[in-house]
Structures are given as C-alpha cells and as structure tokens.
Design a protein around this ligand. Sequence first.
Ligand SMILES: *[C@@H]1O[C@H](CO)[C@@H](O)[C@H](O)[C@H]1NC(C)=O
Ligand SMILES: *[C@@H]1O[C@H](CO)[C@@H](O)[C@H](O)[C@H]1NC(C)=O
Ligand SMILES: *[C@@H]1O[C@H](CO)[C@@H](O)[C@H](O)[C@H]1NC(C)=O
Length: 410
Amino acid sequence: MKFSAAVSLLFVASASAFAPASVGRSATQIAAGSNQNPFGNVKSLEYTGGDDPNSSNYGRLAEKLNEADIERRKIQDEADRRERAAEIRREERLAKIAYMNDMPDSQPAGTVDEFMFKEGVQDQLDKLDHDLVGLTAVKQRVKEIAALLVLDKMRRKLGFETSVPSLHMSFTGAPGTGKTTVAVRMGQILAKMGYARRGHVVLATRDDLVGQYVGHTAPKTKEMIKKAMGGVLLVDEAYYLYNAANDRDYGQESIEILLNVMENNQDDLVVAVAGYKDRMDKFFSYIPGMMSRIGNHIDFPNYTADELVQIAAVMSRDLEYDIDDAAYDTFKNYIEERMKLPYFSNARTVRNAMDRARMNSAIRTFEKYAIDGVNGGVCTVEDLKNISAEDFQIILDDILDGDSSKRIFA
Ligand SMILES: *[C@@H]1O[C@H](CO)[C@@H](O)[C@H](O)[C@H]1NC(C)=O
Ligand SMILES: *[C@@H]1O[C@H](CO)[C@@H](O)[C@H](O)[C@H]1NC(C)=O
Ligand SMILES: *[C@@H]1O[C@H](CO)[C@@H](O)[C@H](O)[C@H]1NC(C)=O
C-alpha cells in the first residue's frame, strides 16, 4: 500500500513535529518560572531601609510586585492558550491521518449526484421546485450553493483542507417573491449538509431587534440571535436598521452586534438580510462591513402575470379547491390590473386574492342552496370546491371601481 506508507511517514513526521516541541516548550516554561527572579532585576526594588509603610519606597515596591505578578500571569495565559491551540491542531491532524489510514485505497470519492441524494439535498431542491413556481435563476443559484457545499463535504470526507466561503446571504427583491421560502429551504440544505445544527429560520424585523430606549437594543438583538443559533436569522427589510439621518439611532447598535456575530459565529449562524434591491444596495454602501461578510447574493425578480396565475393554480391545489377552467382568464385579467396598483406584492397578493375568491365562492354557494333552495338545498362536492369566474370578477370589480375611494385592494 503505497498510500499507507506515505501516510505513516507523515504520521511519524508530524508526531515528532508536534509532541516533543510542545513538551519542550512547557519544560522551558517551568524552568523559567522556577530559576529566574520573577520580579526581574529591577534596581528600585532593592531594599533601601525604613519600614515606614508610608514611605514612597514601600508603595513603589508593592506596585512593582503587583505589576510583575500581572505580567507573569499574562505570559502564562498566553503560553496555555498556545499550547491548547497546538493540541487541538495535533488532534485534528491525527484524526485526519487515522481517517486516511482506515480508508481503502480503492475508495472512490463518490459522484456528486450520489452525495446530493444521499445527504437529502436533492430532496430539498425538489421541494423548492414544487413550492416555487418559476424563479429559474433563483433556483439555479440555490443549486450552485448546494453543489459547493456538497463538493466541500466530499473534500472533507477525504481529509482535504476545506474552507467554505461565507454562508451569509442577501436576498433582494419585491415582497412576495419567495425570499422566505428560499430561506427555509436553504436552512434545511445547510442542516442536511452539516453546516447548521438545526437549520430553522427565525424571521426578524427592525422592531424585533431594536429597542425604544437606551440599553434595550443589545438584549433584544442578542435574544433574536440566540433563537436563531444553529439556523438562519432572516432580517427582513434590513435597511430599516440604519437611519442615515440620525447617527444616534439605536439601529446602529444592532448592526454592530450583527456584524460581530456574522464574523465570529460563522459556523453556527447564517444571517440573511432581505429587502428591496435598490434600498439594500444603499444600505450596503453605508455599511460596507455587511457587504463584505455576505458570500451569497440572490436576486428575486418579480413574477410575470402568467407565473402568478400558475401560483394561484398551485395554491388552489394545495387548498383542495378547483379553479373553474373558465375562471383563469378572469383571474389573469385581475392580476394584470392589480399589478398596476399600489401595494402589489406578488405571491402574497395572489394568496389574498385566493382567500377572497374562496369567500365569494362560499357566499355564492350558500345563497344558491340555503337561500334559493336549489336542488332541495343539497349541494355537491364540486360546488364546495368550485372557484368560478364570478368569484374573481367580484374582486376585479372592486379594484376597478369608478369611484376610486371605494376601491378595495386585497
Ligand atoms: C501614613 O499615612 C496615613 C494617611 O495618609 C496617616 O493617617 C498615617 O498617620 C501615616 N502613618 C505614618 C506612620 O506616618
Ligand atoms: C417589481 O415590481 C414593482 C411594482 O410592483 C416595481 O416597483 C419594482 O421595480 C419591480 N422590481 C423589479 C426588480 O422589476
Ligand atoms: C363552478 O361554478 C360556476 C358558476 O356557478 C359554474 O358555471 C361551473 O360550471 C362550476 N364548475 C364546476 C367544475 O362545477
């Protein structure tokens, strides 16, 4: 086994490189501690007579003793820290070598596809496909990130050095374009791949992070961070944390804590900031440290009218309703008109429209059977599931009301 010979050579080399060096180091420290005057050869420490505790010499001696003591403790702490770090490195290296030793020469790295399936990543990507209509570019980006994690994991399994670039993310796009859904799937992918312990998503807005009074912000921000540990902290409309007009705004404190956590807790927390693209770009220009800590930017485009119609179809499927074939045109008409009006929010607007259409369907069916007594008051299963053109026509009329003050926006 050519490989194994090389490995054991490595083992000997590294064992001798680490073990005796550290033994040597601690031995030197002990010698230094016991043989040398720990106070150094400071002239002013020499006894100059008089035991008057108020004499200036007495005070100086106490001070010097104290200083020497602190200095000595610092050196000791630093030495301990270095030794612990060396020990951890040594153990990691030994574990890696043991892994390589145990691995048969013939073991293939495995195919990327195999890993995608085995680790359940493909499953999450499929779910994302199922949950989200369209968004091809977004799905492609998620897939790329997943592929990077999979390859990193394969390298790790073979004992190679790995370093995943920052997993912090920025999701830009209008409301209702699927940012939260993607965050949830990303969290699951990270968990499946072992980059997050839990992979849950905690959604936070400025109100959750920033307090109203002095001293309230840090605890609030830290509380949300604590909740999100092991998963994803999704900060929606993150730019509200920064108030350019007021440099004493408490949001600043929250940003500083977030930046710190993003830097120091990379392996246990992924921070995702979300919001409109233009405002987010501005936010990053004010807080360049935020930009530099984010490794993945995903841009969520608006849905087209056709995609929104498809989203409605998926929603009705999930809610166990049937949109009548004749109703699709009316719904598309509604969506096209609605897009031109304020507060349009993509999939969220579709959900609201669907909720109102279901309500209209219920009212229609109730009137038909309970009030008009059609069919002796007995309604069919189809009636209970049916969302018809009339049901959408009502919400279309509402937004097109000639008297604009009477318009109802869902
Ligand atoms: C030393 O100083 C303290 C206060 O500074 C004073 O009360 C005390 O009497 C002094 N003692 C002597 C021995 O001078
Ligand atoms: C998305 O649509 C909104 C209006 O609903 C518009 O203001 C915004 O600029 C659009 N965003 C993109 C990226 O096209
Ligand atoms: C749904 O209701 C509409 C209006 O009452 C009706 O014209 C249509 O045939 C119904 N569709 C189904 C599948 O029952």
